[in-house]
Design a binder for this molecule. Sequence first.
Ligand SMILES: *[C@@H]1O[C@H](CO)[C@@H](O)[C@H](O)[C@H]1NC(C)=O
Ligand SMILES: *[C@@H]1O[C@H](CO)[C@@H](O)[C@H](O)[C@H]1NC(C)=O
Ligand SMILES: *[C@@H]1O[C@H](CO)[C@@H](O)[C@H](O)[C@H]1NC(C)=O
Ligand SMILES: *[C@@H]1O[C@H](CO)[C@@H](O)[C@H](O)[C@H]1NC(C)=O
Ligand SMILES: *[C@@H]1O[C@H](CO)[C@@H](O)[C@H](O)[C@H]1NC(C)=O
Ligand SMILES: *[C@@H]1O[C@H](CO)[C@@H](O)[C@H](O)[C@H]1NC(C)=O
Length: 931
Amino acid sequence: MAAAARLLFCCLLIFSMYVGVLYAATNAKDAAALRSLKDEWTNTPPSWDSSGDPCTSWDGIVCDNSSRVTSLELSSMGLTGKMSGDIGQLSELLSLDLSNNLGLTGTISPQLGNLKKLAILMLSGCSFMGSIPSELGSLPELTFLALNFNNLNGEIPPSIGQLAKLTWLDLSDNRLTGQIPFATSISPTPGLNQLKNARHFHFSNNQLSGSIPEQLFGPDMSLIHLLLDGNQLSGTIPTSLASVQTLEVLRLDRNRLTKSVPSLNNLTNLINMHLANNQLSGLLPDLTGMNSLTYLDLSNNTFDLTGSSAWFSTLQSVATLVIEQGSFNGAVPQEIFSLPQIQQVFMKNNAFIELNLSANIGDKLQLVDLQNNGIVQLELGTEFTKTLMLFGNPVCSNNPNQIYCQLQQEAKPYSTSLTLCGMAKCDSDHLKLNPESCTCSYPYAGILYFVAPSSLDLSNATLFRSLETSLTVSLGLSVSLQNLSLNNENNLQMQLELFPSDDKYFSRSEIRTVASALGRRTYKAPSELGLYYFRPSEYIFDDGGRRVLTTGSIAGIVTGSAVLVLMLAALAVYAVRQKRRAEQAMSMSNPFASWTTGGRDTGGAPQLKGARWFSYEEVKKCTTNFSESNQIGSGGYGKVYKGVLSDGVVVAVKRSERGSMQGGTEFKTEIELLSRVHHKNLVGLVGFCFDQGEQMLVYEFMANGTLRESLSGKSGIQLDWMRRIRVALGSARGLAYLHELAHPPIIHRDVKSTNILLDDNLTAKVADFGLSKLVCDVSKGHVSTQVKGTLPIEKGKYIVREVRIAMDKNDDAHYGLNDKIDPAIKNSHDQLIGFHRFLELAMQCVEEAAADRPSTSEIVKTLEALLQAEGVNTSSTSGSSSTSSSLTEFGHGNGVRQHPYDDSLAMKDGAESESFGFDNRYALVSVVEPK
Ligand SMILES: *[C@@H]1O[C@H](CO)[C@@H](O)[C@H](O)[C@H]1NC(C)=O
Ligand SMILES: *[C@@H]1O[C@H](CO)[C@@H](O)[C@H](O)[C@H]1NC(C)=O
Ligand SMILES: *[C@@H]1O[C@H](CO)[C@@H](O)[C@H](O)[C@H]1NC(C)=O
Ligand SMILES: *[C@@H]1O[C@H](CO)[C@@H](O)[C@H](O)[C@H]1NC(C)=O
Ligand SMILES: *[C@@H]1O[C@H](CO)[C@@H](O)[C@H](O)[C@H]1NC(C)=O
Ligand SMILES: *[C@@H]1O[C@H](CO)[C@@H](O)[C@H](O)[C@H]1NC(C)=O
């Protein structure tokens, strides 16, 4: 009978899930539109083949609480096919991203014009052809429009000028022709000058012609990037350009612009100016007052340098000056070399005859390239010790052996070092070596290039390491940069590889997350590099693409369904007989239903691997009404109880207090992650309860307690020293990684046996744990769940490295970490006694190789010794110092533990919740959140 009751319950649960799904069924019109899109495309995500409901089970689709599709995110999915006009039926769509699907061809459907709520439209990096439909001009909410890297032709539709909210307009790298449309007060046609909110006009590499309209610019515009390079624009540079004082990047290079450059001195925010490869003439423009100008390229024009050298000395910010392919003669203006920020001067292929590099050389100057000039007179002082290139000058016919007269190799471009990995190799074309872990995996790779860098120094390791670090920290992934070069369009380009953190492959959702960060530019590169583009190669997913239902599986489904129907029938009979019980069971609120119908779409029922759902009643019963005698820990998040399930399994239940509950989505994501994690060193998730307004996690109970308990329990150490060290270093945001080891979010049974960094697939699992972060940008209608990958590991490694560098053994008081120590610790002076020894121990715990890290028992012994040396009684409970070599000798946890540390010292970021190790992921999440 009991078995039958369990079957009943189980079936009811399935049934109620089914009801939940029905309730959340995608709006019929949207579902039809999605099916029509799917029919046109191949390589849709495998989940699109399932019979499931699109809103809840299809990859890349987000719906709102009334099951309307609000977001379609399919960047880099390998889609091929055409865009069905039915896309215009998705009338609640806020965001549409089909970028980086090279197989998408055909025209851009004019039906997109029906998507009146659309805010983001990204179709870049596909193979769309034909003209840009003028209907795109009727999307009143559009803020981000990226059509770059397609085969679009025809003219820019003037209607684009009606997109009053547009901030980002990218039409680069197409075959667009004709003039740039502008509106006038007398004509009814709209134009781009109406886009007062636009920050970005990116029109590079098209075939735009005619002049750049004077009317295009005005003081009420807010452009920061104006990219018109690589077109066929003629005429003069409009004087009105000077009124757009917000401008930071101006690229007019590779056009047919003529005559003299108007006064641009008003552009005091301009950082990067490219006027190269035009037919500009007249005096070199006087740039006095452009105090932000860092990069200036005036090459290959027909300027007259006469008398213009005086204002060079006013270019206080210029680091890179490029004036190649001119006919400049006379002396190289000496002022250039004494500019305070100047790093590189490129002036080859001119007709200079004199060079004086004898005095007043700016200390940042690295390179002077004057190859192929007419230099006959050279004065070279000892002050200039950096690279000088004079190959091809008359002066060299007399001094051919001087280094500066030889054809010099440019400094070797930076590339991410793989030397740590020794001889390791990957055995297939697409597998690449992750430079951090030295394992082989399939990276998300492609060409990354910067269209407005401040420096052309490809060998600057500082700069490119900062790029690596920022990518690693922002995306939480290992990166590799290779093959840095300057391309034909004067862009700094490189091959970028981003490595999956916990697997050989990226999942589709990870790819979407990364593609979106790079496509929407939510990831910001270091300011010296500035605006970037990423052109990924197609990613080969683990599943290899579309799954086809085989006859066998169809037969299976049919049989399964038949069995289910029979079961349900039997159940119905049984249910009638057991009506009261059934009603009782039904009254338990269904967490899946509330997830799909709650305040916000959460993407359906959690996908659990082994973890089960508990009702509130069930948990209550197993913890004897959450009785105090069952309580084994507490903290800011709530309390932890010991419980015994009906089958005798002992569990620990973490019950969130009202104030510390997460949103349903976060909770669901967390459960999904926790349920995926299985490792001998980790405490497993048994299940969860999301019922009657409660959020509880049910874990396997660890009779032996945690490392922390071992330390503070049997061995009797009163203070939580690891924590103390972390708190001490807290203001370095810190030691997130150290913290992770010392307070592993998933409890390590032994530090030594757990190689956190380099081997063993535990690495990623540890990192995964609790690091899911819900990114909810309601204003853009975009909700996605990001798994932050190895972010804490990478950042932690970085922090550990910083601390290692900062450590100064000669500084008795603070060990060189004065500014990194949490003031709470620093100011309570007695707490710092012996600080450095704890720090040393902590640093041993974060050694890269497991073999170099102390075992738990060694840690305990060392801590005891340290504490005894400080006169702290370490044996208040055990009465003897521990000499054990294995944790099992530490005995059992001893009931309710006192909070081991005075909360007044606790940091805001969740540290107060640490009396029980189960909750540390919250602390971690807040610690590692990038700024
Ligand atoms: C330069 O800016 C001033 C105000 O800062 C403005 O009066 C002037 O018209 C601007 N010059 C040009 C050419 O736009
Ligand atoms: C100079 O610019 C013109 C376009 O104005 C271009 O055709 C030519 O190739 C350029 N020359 C060099 C050497 O870059
Ligand atoms: C080179 O520059 C230095 C410092 O400006 C000056 O003293 C010297 O006379 C110059 N030499 C020639 C040949 O002009
Ligand atoms: C390298 O780049 C960094 C960061 O932009 C800069 O501070 C440094 O001066 C550069 N080094 C050289 C040698 O140019
Ligand atoms: C870098 O360039 C070399 C030679 O051009 C090429 O063989 C190699 O595949 C490139 N590496 C990457 C990562 O693109
Ligand atoms: C659906 O969400 C909107 C805002 O996103 C909210 O105003 C509305 O009340 C929600 N409706 C339901 C039924 O929850």
